[in-house]
Write a protein that binds this ligand. Structure first.
Ligand code: BG6
Length: 482
């Protein structure tokens, strides 16, 4: 693509929360800084009757909440001038002629972003194909959740594949767009230092936490049919696990990276019925307080049935059956309405083989990759306590970028531009998605059959106590407890 060619961006689900909270602000930020911005064309599609002018106004109101005031300059007028709204029912094949009429003729890059319910994906792709809109330079972005299980994901993928080739399909997982995740790749594969110790001989355990303080945010209906395992573990958490555990790919080329991630997913030890009982914890939040503010219990949230058995918290122990990782537990934990908003990967190294020096605190060697709330990379080591004697104490080496390196791109900014440029490295290939479902499905199945207890936890805590027990049983502790 030449630098000034621009592209068309067609956003299905244009009035939805994701579009207004994440996608339009990300597009706006990129537009403000782009040299070819004048040739972009954005068409937002929704079912609500509205003129383009009304939509621009609505989008401005909503985007304002997610943009810094310094970003809201006259760049917005330029952006809005290229933003159209099309009221249409995406399930109606006749409606696609109106979309075709809005898109400039000619062969240029075109992105169809499907931020809709996954049940609509197959139909939208079919109608795009029938209307002649699936041109060779088109790409389609599929938002998660991509199905509810392997069978429904397969159905969607097969139908989308009738219209778009695998090279045109971008299955998005916005966690892979986060700066620290890419920094972890840079750290692992840009230095000779870490690779020799990145294995079972030197690493004791890996912990991946995504804790949110928010609840279901008005999405009670959707969330209650989904739960934390499908919403967070099957995708975001397993993708993070892959980035930590994969072998060094031969290159950063998409299929080389995706081949290595796939091997990790295929090496995850399947959980038997007994394993599911012993190595998974499901919880649901009860009323509590977060940051001094009272918070409702999950079952009192709008759209959630009072007797709901859906999990809002999951902790589990995963193991990878290969030479590099045999015997190293990967603890995964995610929950809504927890004490802090925190997403981090903690790599705990083994203790020094001979404790020659003493200190008031137990020795730690640990790499902490924080994704949220503030992206950072930190190495915890032991160093001498200054002054007399030879005591040691923990110190932290901050390996983050300096604050001078400017505003970081948000995950969606990076991933949207990757789609426009046709870079697939940070998107999931179909076989990866299938492998992730294959690993998660027995857990879902056992939970349905065995109905293991749904452990309550108060909003504003780190989850049910059984989550700590899961880790303590192996002689380890969650990072915040250590
Ligand atoms: C989404 C989930 O994929 O990720 C949401 O559907 C969750 O339930 C969100 O809140 C978390 O994303 P982030 O980037 O805010 O941590």
């Amino acid at each position: 693509m030449s630098a000034f060619e621009g592209f068309d961006f067609v956003l299905f689900g244009g009035t939805g929360d994701l579009a207004l909270r994440k996608l339009l602000p990300a597009l706006y930020r990129r537009h403000r800084e782009a040299t070819d911005a004048a040739s972009w064309r954005i068409v937002a599609i929704g079912r609500q009757p509205m003129s383009s002018q009304e939509y621009r106004h609505h989008a401005y109101e909503r985007c304002c909440r997610h943009l810094a005031s310094c970003e809201l300059d006259n760049g917005w007028q330029a952006f809005a001038a290229q933003l159209e709204y099309l009221q249409m029912d995406a399930a109606d094949s006749q409606a696609y002629a109106a979309l075709a009429a809005l898109l400039p003729a000619g062969d240029r890059n075109r992105v169809y972003y499907l931020a809709t319910a996954p049940q609509l994906f197959a139909g939208i792709c079919r109608h795009l194909g029938d209307a002649g809109l699936a041109t060779p330079r088109s790409r389609v972005v599929l938002e998660k959740p991509l199905g509810r299980d392997l069978a429904s994901a397969t159905r969607i993928n097969e139908n989308v594949a009738k219209v778009f080739s695998e090279q045109q399909i971008f299955r998005i997982d916005h966690y892979l767009g986060k700066e620290s995740v890419q920094n972890l790749l840079a750290l692992r594969f840009g230095n000779a230092l870490f690779e020799p110790i990145w294995n079972r001989s030197w690493i004791r355990d890996v912990q991946i936490t995504i804790a949110e303080t928010v609840g279901v945010e008005g999405r009670g209906d959707f969330y209650d049919g989904t739960g934390a395992l499908r919403d967070m573990v099957q995708n975001h958490m397993l993708q993070l696990l892959c980035i930590v555990a994969m072998e060094p790919p031969a290159s950063i080329q998409a299929d080389r990276v995706r081949d290595e991630k796939l091997k990790v997913l295929q090496s995850l030890r399947p959980l038997s019925a007994d394993d599911v009982a012993a190595k998974t914890v499901r919880g649901q939040y009860r009323a509590g307080a977060i940051g001094g503010q009272p918070a409702l219990g999950y079952a009192e949230e709008p759209g959630v049935p009072p007797s709901s058995g859906t999990e809002t918290f999951v902790a589990l122990k995963a193991e990878i059956d290969n030479w590099r990782w045999a015997g190293v537990p990967f603890y995964l934990r995610t929950g809504k309405r927890m004490q802090e908003r925190l997403a981090e990967i903690v790599v705990n190294f083994r203790a020094a083989p001979h404790a020659m020096l003493s200190g008031s605190l137990p020795p730690v060697n640990r790499l902490v990759i924080t994704l949220q709330p503030k992206e950072s990379l930190r190495l915890d080591l032991m160093a001498k306590v200054p002054g007399e004697g030879m005591q040691i104490q923990p110190i932290s080496l901050d390996m983050s970028y300096s604050s001078e390196s400017g505003r970081r791109w948000d995950a969606y900014e990076r991933l949207i531009m990757d789609v426009v440029q046709g870079r697939l490295t940070l998107f999931m290939r179909r076989d990866e998605l299938d492998a992730a479902w294959r690993w998660v499905e027995p857990i879902l199945g056992q939970w349905q059959r065995q109905r293991p207890p749904l452990r309550p936890y108060h909003a504003g805590t780190w989850g049910p106590t059984q989550s700590s027990t899961l880790v303590v049983r192996d002689g380890n502790t969650w990072h915040e407890d250590s």
